[in-house]
Design a protein around this ligand. Structure first.
Ligand code: SF4
Length: 368
């Protein structure tokens, strides 16, 4: 497949790994911000092929993982109401809330439907004028444009039975939170190519400069990731704290302007709670006042929810690069994909799910 197969070549990866070995002179901690990159790294065993001086830590770029427990509990409460159809991406159905998940609400008779696009939810609202249709809008900058488009379309259609439970988050404020923490270990970042395809990477240069940390935009195939790491290592070894683009086939400095304009038209910045991490200032988007009629949080009475997180779950530490999944005492025993305690064990972009799916639990056990 063009633009995919040629970026999976083992010989190419080996060549880049050789260049990394020839460049590196000291230990470095590098964070891949995106959970999609985490899965690619663990699936292809890239972290085990790198020189031992490099430690890869896994970032918070998994929208299912960082959606706050409070919002998940609100989704569960709304989905349990009569006359409601709650629509969501499939990953969200198994994410544990304080006591249950959307699957169990569906099993109890709630109308919870998996959709592949927010526009599917708009169509369901058109087809069910007597029902309230809610779309659980989670995601980073990548899913914001289609979600914004769905709200614009619902308004144009005059739909009064469509609303969104919005949980949008943004990458740059999360980078500030990680790098500004006194516990920070991250010395270099791999930034997510799909986010930068929408937003560009102009915001990353000032962050790199402020914290003295290089940031390299890269993709999701093994060659892309290895090349991104090589770029970061070269910058670290040369003491250059700049933002670079190693994913030029998809990303430009300024990004997709029409998509950014659509986001700005529908959403405005707000403080947002990240699951396991806490409140990050100006890290989210919410609907602008002119679209408030589509805000599910005001349409439904769900303000008094008190979330309860599993005391065993250390996902927040993992998502900040402070711990690894096998540091969690529940990993692989009390917490599995079949019986998850935290969202990072459920999501297709979660670090715990990646370690579990690709056998890191056995590898760790053998090493001990
Ligand atoms: S293994 Fe489960 S309980 Fe432990 S951090 Fe991961 S999601 Fe949380």
């Amino acid at each position: 497949m063009k633009y995919v197969t040629e970026y999976r070549g083992a010989d190419l990866v080996r060549g880049i790994l050789t260049q990394i070995r020839e460049t590196i002179t000291q230990p470095w901690v590098i964070m891949e911000i995106c959970g999609g990159q985490t899965h690619a790294i663990v699936r292809h065993g890239l972290d085990q092929l790198l020189p031992e001086e490099i430690e890869l830590v896994h970032g918070p770029g998994c929208p299912v993982c960082v959606t706050s427990l409070e919002l998940i509990d609100k989704a569960l409460a709304i989905a349990s109401m009569p006359n409601v159809i709650l629509t969501s991406y499939g990953d969200m159905l198994r994410v544990p809330g304080s006591g249950r998940d959307l699957f169990s609400v569906r099993a109890s008779g709630g109308d919870v439907r998996v959709v592949y696009s927010p526009l599917d939810a708009v169509r369901i609202a058109q087809e069910n004028p007597d029902r309230e249709v809610v779309f659980f809008a989670i995601g980073f900058e990548t899913t914001a444009p289609p979600n914004a488009m769905a709200v614009v379309q619902a308004k144009a259609l005059g739909l009064e039975n469509f609303s969104m439970l919005v949980s949008h988050v943004r990458v740059p404020p999360a980078m500030h939170a990680i790098l500004g923490s006194p516990r920070n270990r991250v010395q270099g970042f791999l930034a997510a190519g799909h986010v930068c395809a929408v937003m560009g990477y102009w915001e990353y240069g000032p962050i790199a400069e402020q914290y003295g940390v290089p940031i390299v935009v890269t993709g999701f195939e093994p060659v892309d990731i290895a090349r991104g790491i090589l770029h970061v290592v070269r910058l670290l070894e040369n003491d250059q704290a700049v933002a670079e683009n190693a994913y030029k086939r998809a990303v430009t400095l300024e990004g997709n302007r029409p998509a950014q304009e659509l986001i700005q038209r529908v959403f405005e910045s707000c403080d947002r709670k990240w699951r396991g991490i806490g409140m990050i200032p100006q890290s989210g988007w919410r609907l602008r006042p002119e679209f408030s009629a589509f805000d599910a949080e005001t349409r439904f009475d769900v303000q008094a929810i008190q979330p309860r997180e599993s005391p065993l779950c250390i996902a927040g530490e993992i998502l900040q690069g402070l711990k690894k999944p096998f540091d969690c005492t529940a990993f692989g025993n009390q917490c599995t994909p079949e019986s998850p305690l935290g969202a990072t064990m459920v999501s297709s972009e979660g670090a715990c799910a990646a370690y579990y799916r690709y056998g890191r639990i056995e590898i760790e056990a053998e090493a001990r």
